[in-house]
Unconditional design. Structure first.
Length: 153
């Protein structure tokens, strides 16, 4: 899957590379996502964002026009994403449920786990599967991940 990761700090690059194992073609940029930077998503299928990226209806429209079908935020919070606009444009959303809602991750383990969960979302979407508990779509998903079914049994 082709993805763009916005607002990447230099120290985060290695964690994403380790988690990715060269499975996905990810463009890393240090710019925050905005109306002006949404154009960098052209030709990509997924966008990876942070709490610092305000994903308004206008930004969502630009991302959809660029080809984005999926957005994963590297946070548990989703207040910075217009979920209704995502639904309107057919964009699926995911968060990282195990991550603190604070802006900073304190340890290398936290950073690696965030990267691992981010890549897991891309893996599942590439396989046309729901991201399970990470799904934060406005209307939810009708399908579940096999892991969630096993947990319920």
């Amino acid at each position: 899957m082709k993805a763009i990761a916005y607002n990447i700090k230099p120290f985060e690059k290695e964690f994403l590379a380790i988690a990715n194992h060269k499975k996905h073609e990810i463009t890393l940029i240090s710019n925050n996502l905005s109306i002006d930077t949404a154009i960098f998503a052209e030709g990509k299928t997924a966008a990876i964002i942070t709490l610092d990226d305000e994903v308004t209806a206008g930004v969502m429209e630009k991302l959809a026009a660029a080809g984005i079908k999926y957005i994963v935020t590297r946070s548990s919070g989703t207040g910075h994403i217009d979920k209704e606009a995502a639904s309107q444009f057919g964009i699926k959303l995911a968060n990282i449920p195990a991550v603190s809602s604070q802006h900073t991750l304190n340890t290398d383990d936290d950073l690696q786990e965030t990267a691992n969960q981010t890549i897991r979302c891309l893996d599942l979407w590439q396989s046309n599967k729901c991201v399970g508990k990470a799904c934060v779509c406005a209307k939810g998903c009708k399908s579940v991940v096999l892991d969630d079914v096993k947990e319920a049994l």
